[in-house]
Write a protein that binds this ligand. Structure first.
Ligand code: CTP
Ligand code: CA
Length: 243
C-alpha cells in the first residue's frame, strides 16, 4: 500500500541507525574526532520513517534537527555507542552502522589538561623545548563486528555497514571495500569512494556489496536517493517475521 506516494515496505519494522562521528576525550578540553556530519545516517532515518519504519537513531555528535518521529539517543564516545547498540539490538529488525566510529581512544584519559612541558613563563623559555608528549591509544570495540558475532546464526537483526575507502598500497578503493565486506560479515556494506572527498556534502555515490563482497546495487545522487537504495536492498534481507 502507498501513503503519500512512498511505499510502506518498512511498516512494522524497527531500525536502529547509528549516525555521525564519535569523539574520544584526551583530557578535559580535547578530543579525537572525525569529519562525519551525520547527514547520511539522517537521510537513512528520514527515508526509513517515510517507508513506515520505527527508527531509533543513535546520534554521535550530530548537529542536525531530529527527524520527526525518530527516537533519538545522543552518544559521544565509541564506548557509549557500543553500549547503546548492545542495549537496543535485540529490539531491532535491522542495525545500520552509518556512524564513523573511532578506531582508537586514549589508553587513559588525562584528568588534568595536558600541558606543554615548556610553561612559557621565562623569557628564554619563549622558544621552549621541542618536546611533545606521545599519547598512548588503544583500540575501541568494533561495534559492527560485535553485532555480527552476537547475531550468530540467527536472522535478526539484518546488519548494514558503511565503508569510506581511498585506494592505496596496490589496491583500489573498491578492492579494499570488497575485502572489508568479506571480513565484516554484515549482510550489506555500503561502499563510498572518498578519494574525491564527500564529507559534509549533499551528494554521494555508493556501491552496495553483500557479505561475499559482490556488488548488488549502486546509487548516485542525493543522500536521500542513496538512503532509499540502501533500504531497497535491506528490505529483501530483513528477517521473515517482524518483531
Ligand atoms: N565500525 C564499528 N566500530 C568501530 C569501527 C567501525 O562499528 N570501532 C563500523 C562503522 O560504523 C562502519 C564499518 O564498521 O559501518 C566500517 O568502518 P571502517 O572504519 O570503514 O572499518 P574498520 O574496520 O574500522 O577499518 P579501517 O578503518 O581500518 O579501514
Ligand atoms: Ca575505522
Amino acid at each position: 500500500t502507498a501513503l503519500g506516494g512512498v511505499q510502506q515496505d518498512l511498516s512494522g519494522r524497527h531500525l536502529l541507525i547509528s549516525a555521525g562521528g564519535t569523539r574520544e576525550e584526551l583530557d578535559p578540553v580535547r578530543f579525537l574526532a572525525n569529519h562525519s556530519s551525520g547527514r547520511q545516517g539522517w537521510a537513512l532515518a528520514h527515508a526509513a520513517l517515510a517507508r513506515g519504519a520505527r527508527v531509533t537513531l543513535a546520534a554521535a555528535s550530530v548537529d542536525l534537527e531530529t527527524p520527526p518521529g525518530a527516537d533519538r539517543r545522543d552518544v559521544t564516545s565509541a564506548a557509549q555507542l557500543a553500549s547503546l547498540v548492545a542495549e537496543q539490538r535485540e529490539r531491532a529488525d535491522a542495525v545500520i552502522m552509518a556512524a564513523a566510529v573511532a578506531d582508537f581512544t586514549a589508553a587513559q584519559r588525562s584528568e588534568a589538561k595536558i600541558k606543554k612541558t615548556d610553561n612559557g613563563d621565562s623569557a628564554e623559555g619563549a622558544g621552549g623545548t621541542d618536546e611533545a608528549p606521545s599519547i598512548p591509544l588503544r583500540r575501541t570495540e568494533d561495534v559492527l563486528r560485535t553485532t555480527v558475532t552476537w547475531r550468530g546464526d540467527g536472522q535478526r537483526p539484518a546488519i548494514v555497514g558503511f565503508a569510506a575507502e581511498t585506494g592505496g598500497e596496490g589496491h583500489t578503493a573498491f578492492e579494499l571495500a570488497q575485502q572489508k565486506a568479506r571480513r565484516k560479515g554484515a549482510d550489506l556494506l555500503v561502499f563510498n569512494d572518498v578519494t574525491a572527498g564527500v564529507f559534509g556534502s549533499a551528494d554521494n555515490a555508493v556501491r552496495i556489496l553483500d557479505a561475499d563482497g559482490e556488488q548488488v546495487a549502486s546509487a548516485e545522487g542525493s543522500k536521500t536517493e542513496v538512503a532509499h537504495a540502501v533500504l531497497d536492498e535491506l528490505v529483501r534481507r530483513l528477517p521473515d517475521v517482524p518483531l
